[in-house]
Ligand binder design. Structure first.
Ligand SMILES: Nc1ncnc2c1ncn2[C@@H]1O[C@H](COP(=O)(O)OP(=O)(O)OP(=O)(O)O)[C@@H](O)[C@H]1O
Length: 340
């Protein structure tokens, strides 16, 4: 082999390695919805030039408030919606040109799962497995495993339509796991779930990632969930990605600041000068006031509030290190729409 051939072969190998390391590529995706008719029609730009890359085996999150454009992006990735412009590739397949290929590459749990409603939990999982190409025997075995893994046994014989919101969500998640694909796309999977069900979801995700190298794309507005389960997170706001990093990397942007939460029993005692001064800078949500400041001033404020007359009016107070919500606000996020 000549030197030129060797270099070319090396380059091909490097390109192939790079290609296999990437699961998902999104480039400059734009999606605009038309709302209304005729002269009264308006346009909503749900995705405004979104670009991101997701590595194989990564648990990647889209975090943002209601209406940020997360589900729109995910529906384009799953081939259910066509972008106005831009490129989407999953494991080397062009999903914009070949949206039909998406169903062989990914399992999708959308926000609404009414298609399975009339089926029992058992049948919903088994049918999904069969639709994904498993033999009858393999589908039965997978169904039994998933039911066992997620603790769905007691409700396995009940129709989805007759379950509570959280139970139904868990059953639909079970169906998403049947006949798994290399990419698992979950749009707010744990909505309505209790902590036990949430843990079952995250353990199942973790198991598939470590056993099969499954890549996971997760949509959430829960900052705690984002901080605990994601390898990397893209913060989405008004159709754009305003930051993308590990949760730790993002939080380092707001290092050095802390948040002081004061929860008043009733009305805040704003006749007290200290409380009146805080009122001008606190973010108010019901009886909860939140002040972001540096650790020194936070300590001083806690000392003043707890030692003075304001203390009698307090129901609770806490000092905490920054969360992804603080990052979102620092980056210019305009909504107080993230769940804590
Ligand atoms: N079918 C549609 N027709 C018109 N506008 C739409 C449609 N779907 C979404 N939108 C608008 O596009 C924007 C992005 O919506 P999208 O559902 O992608 O947000 P999201 O981040 O997933 O929100 P949520 O957290 O509430 O699910 C919003 O302004 C929404 O009102």
């Amino acid at each position: 082999m000549s030197t030129v051939d060797t270099v070319a072969a090396g380059q091909r190998a490097a390109t192939a390695a790079a290609a296999t390391a990437v699961c998902c590529v999104v480039r400059d995706v734009v999606k605009t919805y038309r709302v209304g008719r005729g002269t009264k029609a308006t346009q909503v730009r749900a995705n405004d030039g979104v670009s991101l890359e997701i590595a194989r085996g990564e648990v990647f999150g889209l975090l943002g408030p209601n209406g940020a454009g997360k589900s729109t992006l995910v529906r384009q990735l799953t081939g259910l919606l066509r972008p106005d412009s831009g490129r989407i590739e999953i494991l080397g397949h062009d999903i914009v040109r070949h949206p039909d290929r998406a169903s062989r590459l990914l399992s999708y749990l959308g926000q609404e799962s009414t298609a399975l409603d009339e089926l029992t939990v058992h049948l919903a999982i088994e049918t999904t497995a069969r639709l994904r190409g498993l033999s009858a025997t393999a589908a039965r075995a997978t169904t039994a495993d998933v039911i066992d893994e997620l603790g769905l046994g007691p409700i396995a014989g009940r129709p989805l339509a007759k379950l509570s919101g959280g139970q139904r969500r868990l059953a639909c998640f079970g169906a998403a796991l049947a006949g798994m694909r290399p990419l698992l796309v979950l749009d707010e999977p744990t909505t309505g779930m209790d902590p036990v069900a949430r843990r079952a979801v995250w353990s199942a995700v973790d198991r598939r990632r470590s056993a099969d190298g499954t890549t996971v794309l997760l949509v959430t507005h829960n900052v705690i969930e984002a901080e605990t389960v994601l390898d990397r997170v893209a913060v989405v706001d008004e159709g754009r990605i305003i930051a993308c990093d590990t949760p730790g990397g993002l939080k380092a942007m707001v290092d050095g600041s802390v948040r002081l939460d004061l929860v008043w029993r009733d009305e805040a005692p704003t006749t007290l000068p200290l409380v009146a001064a805080l009122a001008t800078r606190a973010a108010v949500s019901g009886r909860r006031w939140t002040v972001r400041t540096d650790p020194g001033e936070a300590r001083e404020l806690v000392a003043q509030v707890t030692a003075g007359p304001a203390f009698a009016a307090l129901d609770d107070f806490s000092l905490s290190t920054p969360s992804l919500e603080d990052v979102y606000l620092l980056l210019g996020g305009r909504h107080e729409g993230l769940e804590k």
